[in-house]
Ligand binder design. Structure first.
Ligand code: NAD
Ligand code: UD1
Length: 341
């Protein structure tokens, strides 16, 4: 089977490409490299001993997409390409809607023209909003997105639903990720954020390696066990396995039509202070921190009910917090500046 992976040079994309290759899939990557380095693909090829067909291009370029699909007989598309910084999305919302929503529409339009009907979409726990009770379940209504980034995910899920209703051959899976962290156990590929990291783990790792002085813990007065926010962190290799399981599920269930959503999380919530402690233990480094005010838009605690993915996809997150921390540290200490620029 041949899979097109959009955004395959990025953090989650590169780990998924690696796993697809080791599972015998052929992979074509389309990435405009706006938030990635081609070095991730080189390293994936080196680790697997297999070739990736890499195309530098934009999902909004319908001509390039058409020639890509004409050149490669693509069986399914895994669609990671997106802008993903929540805070930035409120500053430049039009870029987010343009890139994420319009870009996805371009991709879907070209796929529809060429009768390519299998689609796996990178959605997010953010689609549940603040209204739903925890743990989040797929049957819950989508919430009020708290940022243009979140709204772009909600909109695309809606587009997929409408498309599937209009075309019974179209079959899609929305994978709702909780908080992916960690890196491939080789320490050769991992998360390489540009500028100041927005997310917790890359920030913690950069403090531990001496790149940043101290972490700010955003709020310690939440109604949680230790007062700091709790999230469902999962290892990026478990997440990558979820994508392989979704591709296999689409292949196997040929009678399925429509769109199916699956939560990918561990089902457990971990606090910010517990993350710091676990990281210090795994890395044997100090992570100095101060308590700062709450971050606007943060929810106290959310985690997944991941039973549906377990029952239907046969998927479960198996890597524990220690492994998530050890692998993050291996990547960060081997590559303190990320990929060579
Ligand atoms: P990333 O930025 O590392 O990867 C995205 C990739 O897409 C990058 O390589 C970027 O260069 C590419 N890209 C962006 N716009 C493009 C375009 N118009 N055309 C071609 N390529 C383009 O991000 P990631 O963390 O790997 O996230 C992958 C997907 O998962 C995104 O859709 C993101 O919204 C979603 N997601 C991520 C998280 C997370 O915590 N990382 C959580 C939930 C959902
Ligand atoms: C954020 C996004 C969410 C997105 C997810 C994955 C917000 C409000 N939500 O989720 O939409 O799907 O990333 O990309 O931005 N923290 C600190 N100090 C830091 C950084 C984070 O204390 O320097 C805390 C946060 O307050 C939060 C936890 O760490 O409680 C995790 O933060 P983060 O990694 O940004 O993920 P989310 O907030 O869950």
């Amino acid at each position: 089977m041949k899979i097109l992976v959009t955004g395959g040079a990025g953090y989650i994309g590169s780990h998924t490409v690696l796993l697809l290759l080791t599972n015998g899939f052929e992979v074509v990557v389309l990435d405009n490299l706006m938030n990635a380095s081609i070095e991730s693909i080189r390293r994936v090829e080196h680790l697997t001993g297999k070739k990736v067909s890499f195309i530098k291009g934009d999902i909004q370029d319908k001509t390039a997409l058409t020639s890509l699909f004409n050149e490669h007989a693509i069986d399914a598309v895994i669609h990671f390409a997106a802008l993903k910084a929540v805070g930035e999305s409120s500053t430049i919302p039009l870029e987010y809607y343009q890139n994420n929503v319009h870009g996805t529409l371009c991709l879907l339009e070209v796929m529809a023209n060429l009768n390519i009907n299998h689609f796996i979409f990178s959605s997010s726990a953010t689609v549940y909003g603040g209204e739903n009770a925890v743990p989040y379940e797929e049957s819950m209504p989508l919430g009020e997105a708290s940022s243009p980034y979140g709204a772009s995910k909600v909109m695309i899920e809606r587009v997929l639903k409408d498309l599937a209703q209009s075309n019974l051959d179209f079959r899609a899976v929305c994978l709702r990720y909780f908080n992916p962290i960690g890196a491939h156990e080789s320490g050769q590929i991992g998360e390489d954020p540009k500028g100041i990291p927005n997310n917790l783990l890359p920030y913690v790792a950069q403090v531990a390696v001496g790149k940043r002085e101290r972490l700010q813990v955003f709020g310690d007065d939440y109604s949680t066990q230790d007062g700091t926010c709790e999230r469902d962190y999962l290892h990026v290799m478990d997440l990558a396995e979820g994508h392989v399981a979704a591709v296999n599920w689409l292949q196997k269930n040929s009678e399925f039509t429509g769109v199916e959503a699956f939560n990918l999380g561990t089902g457990k919530a971990v606090s910010v202070l517990s993350i710091i402690k676990a990281f210090e233990q795994a890395s044997q480094q100090k992570v100095p921190y101060t308590i700062a005010p709450r971050r606007h838009g943060d929810l106290p605690a959310f985690w997944a009910n991941a039973e549906k993915a377990n029952k239907q996809l046969g998927w479960r997150a198996t890597r524990d917090l220690t492994q998530m921390m050890t692998d993050t540290w291996r990547w960060q200490s081997n590559n303190p500046e990320g990929y060579p620029k």
